[in-house]
Design a protein around this ligand. Structure first.
Ligand code: SF4
Length: 403
């Protein structure tokens, strides 16, 4: 197996959830394209989609995507499916009735009956694991960025220019917005307030952690309110990379270098997605914000001109110390703990790089692939209560306290 394009890690679209809004939106489009003369569609959501679909706006996005076609959305919280983000479409047409399962695998990607073969064809990299990629780069004396450039399409740099633009716009909008995020939690948008408060601190505008946190909050709040953001690698974790970008800009890194850094980050994201998961419903938050944190570390290390071993080690440290992170969004909204967590893990990306640089290269005991494998195995072992079902953790405790 090789790896697919890094583009699928950075998808531009509406928040708040890549698996619960973007994926179902793409699933509806797939059904509408495939079947003609549709009279009615029954959409049944299972597992995490059923349990947190309301808070994640899944039914809203299905309504929006199916537009005028008569349809109903069923939340089936009892039936257990092989993948936690499964949806069934029962499509009634003039020609007959058809039933089809679609799985939303995270980061906005879907698996359908028709694209199973496609995904195999789309593998464009010859390697599957980061260790093999790293060795190839060292043996051939090329950087990770050059490795990406060798295998992606020619216009990939242009695509990532657009990715950076969309991230910047989300940050700017998020920094100006006021009021409450949608939903029952009554969470106030805070990025603007935080920015104003920062200006009055003794540290002021130069404080790295505060600036990074504010950038992460601004974008994560945009995501929570359904604004246009970029998955990195998912919607819930979309605030991590913009926080890291803020840090790079404070350090005077050029946009061109940041774009290259994003492409290097994508390589780490696709390794996680194809060898493990980037879905909170499948493996908990370690697969979303944990992966985002390792991507952020790789991007920062690249932008600071670190060598391949240090870049890989930075990403490894960030992922290793995100292992076990659970997903327990309160009331199913991508708000608590997601927004604050994006900020904290952006800061962690920076620290992972600092640590990687001072740890001697000849005493590394855990490879990036080891951490990816551990993340996947830990995710599969994790109790379903902690995998985007809102049945355990903070979601359970806060509900209990509110009653
Ligand atoms: S807790 Fe993490 S994995 Fe779960 S919805 Fe929030 S960001 Fe996504």
């Amino acid at each position: 197996m090789g790896l697919r394009s890094i583009r699928e890690i950075f998808i531009i679209g509406h928040g708040p959830s890549s698996s619960h809004t973007m994926g179902p939106h793409f699933a509806c489009n797939y059904i509408l394209k495939k079947y003609k003369n549709i009279k009615h569609i029954k959409v049944t959501l299972y597992g995490s989609l059923a349990l947190t679909g309301k808070g994640h706006l899944t039914d809203y996005i299905v309504d929006l995507s199916l537009k005028d076609i008569p349809h109903e959305v069923i939340f089936d919280v009892k039936t257990v499916t092989e993948h936690p983000n499964t949806m069934t479409f029962e499509v009634e047409t003039d020609e007959g009735t058809y039933s089809e399962n679609v799985i939303s695998v995270g980061g906005g990607s879907i698996i359908t009956r028709d694209n199973l073969l496609d995904t195999k064809i789309k593998e464009i990299y010859p390697h599957q694991y980061m260790t093999d990629i790293m060795n190839y780069c060292l043996e051939n004396d090329i950087s990770l960025y050059q490795y990406v450039e060798m295998h992606e399409k020619e216009d990939t740099f242009e695509y990532f220019k657009k990715v950076l633009e969309v991230m910047d716009k989300a940050f700017e909008r998020g920094l100006k917005a006021e009021g409450y995020l949608p939903g029952s939690l009554k969470v106030r948008r805070k990025a603007k307030e935080m920015y104003e408060a920062m200006e009055h601190t003794t540290l002021g505008e130069n404080d790295v952690a505060m600036n990074v946190a504010i950038a992460s909050f601004a974008v994560a709040e945009e995501n929570a309110s359904g604004g246009i953001i970029v998955t990195a690698p998912t919607c819930g974790s979309a605030g991590v990379i913009p926080g890291c970008i803020k840090y790079l800009r404070m350090k005077g890194v050029s946009d061109e270098n940041i774009i290259k850094g994003l492409m290097v980050a994508g390589l780490f994201g696709i390794v996680c997605k194809m060898n493990a998961s980037v879905s909170g419903a499948e493996c908990g938050c370690q697969a979303e914000i944990g992966v985002a944190c390792s991507m952020g570390a790789a991007m920062i290390a690249h932008c600071f001109g670190k060598g391949t071993v240090d870049i890989v080690q930075s990403a490894e440290i960030a992922l290793e110390h995100s292992l076990g992170l659970t997903c327990d969004p309160v009331d199913g909204y991508v708000q608590i703990p997601c927004i604050e967590r994006c900020a904290l893990f952006a800061i962690k990306s920076i620290n992972a790089v600092k640590l990687a640089v001072i740890i001697p290269d000849d005493d590394i005991h855990v490879s990036y692939d080891d951490s990816v494998k551990t993340m996947y195995k830990t995710g599969l072992d994790m109790n379903a209560k902690y995998k985007e079902t809102s049945l355990g953790g903070l979601a359970e405790i806060i509900k209990r306290e509110q009653k």
